[in-house]
Design a protein around this ligand. Structure first.
Ligand SMILES: NC(=O)c1ccc[n+]([C@@H]2O[C@H](COP(=O)([O-])OP(=O)(O)OC[C@H]3O[C@@H](n4cnc5c(N)ncnc54)[C@H](OP(=O)(O)O)[C@@H]3O)[C@@H](O)[C@H]2O)c1
Length: 353
């Protein structure tokens, strides 16, 4: 087999890492390609689920003796600690790997230090190859580890005139089945789904990740979180049906903001503590407004249906914007047609100063 440039191996490692999206949390996605001393690929791996072998270990097992004198190309700095598995830094040293090329350093204080351990053992370590691409593939995990609260995606559905229900309150279904299938796939990639008690009282949603065709539940279910200051969620609400874990987060448990409502930064800190790295905020408009006003939304995914209502509630309520100069500026990152609807993905721009 022909030798492979390290840059190409990193592209492959990034693609491998993506296969773990949605199943590795609270761990990151990681991919690894092992080249032998002549530059041939002798092992590949990715981290598939928390508690399972790390990408480097999978690749080393494939490579066996051929790892000796070779190069490990890894999307994230190899871990340096013993968790549910042993340190990857040590495994690479013991396998006799001569060089390790890393895309992104590990921000997790518990696991970082792998590069230093490798260097101390005489292994050549380079950090930063295709860092932006690797970072994009791991954005939720990296963001949440660096700052200590989950990456929040606000998802909503609306008509072209921005309404989330008709004047009489009916809202099923604004968007198409294709869009709703897409939402269930999105739920399958996060650790928690968050809704306000207003939505629970109005719509009684299940908030599970399901196969919409046959109603079957996805194997991995996000934690369902109801933001409910005074505990108004009914005992027989569908979110309490046992199909997935549910946390009704009250102000008494989480802490209250000056208005006596659930303190949102404290809520997110607690979710991080519970292992949530990515969360899908599914509304409704009041809670979404509060999250946006506090600068707690990292990504927006809007499903916009080619329909007009002309009256009825809007998808977003007070987000702390009183004048046009204060509008929350967004950077569009993707526009995709899903069935008859549009899925628009955007990132709130950070305010200057
Ligand atoms: N189009 C869409 O994508 C979409 C998605 C979801 C919902 N909806 C619609 O939205 C409607 C419900 O809207 P809603 O605004 O009443 O419900 P909501 O945003 O789901 O819930 C709002 C409630 O959350 C509670 N809350 C707790 N802490 C909060 C905080 N820090 N900031 C803000 N709220 C906090 C408050 O009740 P307490 O003070 O009692 O805690 C508040 O009234 C429904 O008709 C539903 O169909 C539409």
């Amino acid at each position: 087999m022909a030798s492979v440039p390290v840059d190409e191996a990193m592209r492959r490692a990034i693609a491998l890492a993506a296969r773990g999206l949605g199943t590795t949390s609270p761990n990151p996605v990681v991919g690894c390609v092992l080249l032998d001393a002549g530059g041939e690929v002798v092992g590949e791996g990715f981290h598939a689920y928390a508690g399972g072998p790390h990408a480097e270990i999978v690749a080393l097992a494939q490579a066996g003796e051929r790892a000796r004198g070779g190069t490990a190309v890894v999307t994230l700095e190899p871990c340096d600690h013993t968790g549910r598995t042993g340190p990857c830094s040590l495994a690479l040293i013991q396998a006799g790997v001569a060089r390790v090329v890393v895309a992104v350093p590990d921000p997790n204080p518990v696991a970082s230090g792998g590069a230093a351990t490798l260097r101390a053992a005489g292994v050549a370590v380079e950090v930063g190859l295709r860092a932006a691409e690797a970072e994009a593939g791991n954005v939720a995990w990296l963001t949440s580890m660096r700052r200590g609260w989950p990456y929040v995606i606000w998802k909503y559905a609306a008509t072209l005139d921005g309404r989330s229900a008709a004047a009489d309150g009916t809202s099923m279904w604004i968007t198409s089945e294709a869009a709703r299938i897409d939402v269930h796939a999105l739920r399958g990639t996060v650790d928690a789904v968050i809704a306000g008690v207003g939505t629970v009282l109005a719509d009684d949603p299940r908030l599970t990740a399901r196969n919409l065709r046959d109603g079957s539940l996805a194997i991995r279910q996000p934690l369902r979180v109801v933001v409910d200051s005074s505990g108004r969620t009914p005992a027989d609400a569908r979110v309490r049906d046992g199909a997935a874990r549910t946390w009704v987060a009250t102000a008494a448990e989480v802490g209250a903001d000056p208005d006596g409502r659930v303190d949102l930064p404290a809520l997110l800190a607690e979710l991080h503590h519970r292992g949530v790295r990515a969360a899908l905020l599914e509304g409704g408009p009041r809670l979404a407004g509060a999250f946006l006003a506090a600068g707690l939304v990292d990504r927006i995914v809007g499903y916009v249906a080619p329909k007009l209502l002309g009256a009825g509630p809007t998808a977003l309520l007070d987000a702390g914007v009183g004048t046009i100069a204060d509008a929350i500026d967004l950077e569009l990152t993707d526009v995709t047609q899903v069935g008859p609807d549009l899925r628009i993905t955007a990132l709130p721009r950070k305010k200057e100063g």
